[in-house]
Ligand binder design. Structure first.
Ligand code: CA
Ligand code: CA
Ligand code: CA
Length: 404
């Protein structure tokens, strides 16, 4: 294990805060970026101070539970959206979708008219709170997406109740094989030779390898219970380009306290593990995390971790409808606006918090040129939540972080 987080790591500059109204870069720059409208790259043109000039920009907004983000060779961004979580009985009204966005006018965002190219709509979308009585507003549907160098796209969909898919989409945009349907699959990533996909099977607490040639599935690793005897709940993954290892974010599941009550998660029990896909060995990479939900790694070995929230808060009571417009503002399971993105430098230097105060981030992708793309706003879109400046609503967005 290379890094161990201690509380003092949290205060290292620069710290950026996205609070639903503005994106602030510590010490130097105020990027005048309103979350309900898109930022432009020109907003950051007055940056200074080289490596301290971390910039956080909203490049997509008004999404419905954006999850996996993938970049294609033509500069497009594919975004899987888990949808409204309304479990529409009519499949034609299902709200999960996959969309490709292209910055046609070159202004740095992907939000302008004609910049969205819908690929698939009416994919599954449901809210786990309604199905499993968790008290937590958690929407599932399309989960992760990856673009192969031959132009194929792979997409996982979690429809609940055994309706799972790892879909192969041809370069011309047709859905082909379903390569795996055993469990919900929250994270996918290619092996170095792109002949396999590594896949986290979240509910089954394991990671598997799926052959893109014949669809054969090989169980690679089962994740053990965590420190408080809760399930590991693997979420996102990333393939280390230096050696082919797979880094997996273990989100951590519900834990039972000594008095028999249950808590959604235990602070500090989440972690990133490193899996050797050849041997199946699992070793701790970064520990003492809370709700680590996704991880990315670049060619220099820098590791980027997304934690969804620092605490649980404001669970719904049994039978509540998270989409009821009469609900007052409520966190709804996870403390809103407490998500973080932290960089663990490949040279072994101390961790750096690149952004904090994010509203329920879920996914991270690093591009070949080193930019980070973060999906935020997990939960029922439009639902009232406590924000840093008073009541606000859940808005799905994709942020881009550069300059670190
Ligand atoms: Ca644009
Ligand atoms: Ca624009
Ligand atoms: Ca990811």
């Amino acid at each position: 294990m290379r890094h161990r987080r201690v509380p003092s790591d949290r205060v290292e500059p620069p710290v950026n805060r996205v609070n639903g109204a503005t994106v602030r870069v510590a010490s130097a720059v105020l990027v005048g970026c309103v979350a309900v409208s898109a930022c432009t790259s020109s907003a950051s043109s007055d940056l200074s101070e080289g490596s301290d000039s971390v910039t956080v920009e909203v490049i997509l907004t008004d999404l419905r539970n954006p999850r996996g983000v993938a970049l294609d060779a033509a500069g497009g961004i594919l975004v899987a959206e888990a949808g409204l979580g309304d479990d529409a009985p009519d499949v034609r009204e299902r709200s999960g979708r996959l969309t490709r966005f292209l910055d046609g006018n070159g202004d740095g965002d992907f939000n302008d008219p004609d910049e969205a190219e819908p690929w698939f709509e009416h994919l599954a979308s449901y809210n786990a709170m309604n199905v499993y009585a968790t008290g937590r507003d958690e929407v599932s549907g399309p989960s992760d997406v990856a673009v192969h160098s031959d132009g194929r796209v792979f997409l996982t969909v979690d429809g609940g109740f055994e309706e799972f898919a790892l879909l192969e989409i041809s370069p011309s945009g047709s859905i082909g094989r379903n390569l795996s349907a055993r469990s919900n699959m929250t994270g996918i990533g290619f092996s170095g030779d792109e002949r396999f996909l590594f896949v986290t099977e979240s509910t089954l607490n394991q990671m598997v390898e799926v052959s893109l040639e014949d669809g054969a599935r090989r169980d690679v690793a089962v994740f053990a219970l965590l420190d408080s005897d809760q399930q590991a709940v693997p979420a996102g993954l990333a393939v280390d380009p230096r050696n082919g290892d797979v880094l997996v974010a273990l989100f951590s599941g519900v834990a039972q306290a000594a008095d028999g009550t249950f808590t959604p998660f235990v602070i500090g029990d989440s972690k990133i593990v490193r899996v050797n896909p050849d041997t199946g060995s699992v070793v701790d990479e970064i520990t003492d995390l809370t709700t680590a939900v996704d991880v990315a790694v670049d060619s220099e070995g820098n590791i980027f971790v997304v934690e969804m929230a620092t605490d649980h808060a404001g669970l719904f009571e049994h039978g509540a409808d998270p989409a009821d417009p009469n609900n007052g503002p409520r966190h709804g399971g996870y403390l809103r606006f407490s998500g973080t993105v932290t960089m663990y430098p490949g040279d072994g230097g101390p961790p750096r918090v690149l952004a904090e105060g994010l509203d329920a981030p879920t996914n991270i992708t690093v591009s070949d040129d080193g930019a980070l793309f973060i999906s935020t706003g997990q939960g029922t879109p439009g639902r009232s939540i406590p924000g840093p400046d008073g009541t606000t609503q859940i808005v799905g967005e994709v942020l881009r972080i550069t300059g670190f």
